[in-house]
Design a protein around this ligand. Structure first.
Ligand SMILES: [Zn+2]
Length: 59
């Protein structure tokens, strides 16, 4: 599964919570889906909260 698709499907609710506009969200996804840029990022130790049950059922 491509990295961007994985992030949207698995971590979509956390990503949407962290950004305010679709423009911010698209910029974040474009940056993090670039293999070169992703290889330069430090891995975050941030813990994500779980999606609510309705979102999990939808996915
Ligand atoms: Zn993941």
């Amino acid at each position: 599964m491509p990295n961007t698709v994985h992030k949207v499907l698995v971590h979509g609710c956390e990503i949407i919570d962290a950004f305010y506009t679709n423009k911010d969200l698209m910029r974040f996804l474009l940056l993090t889906s670039d293999p070169f840029i992703s290889s330069k990022r430090k891995v975050s130790s941030k813990k994500y909260k779980k999606c609510n049950e309705a979102v999990q059922n939808y996915l």
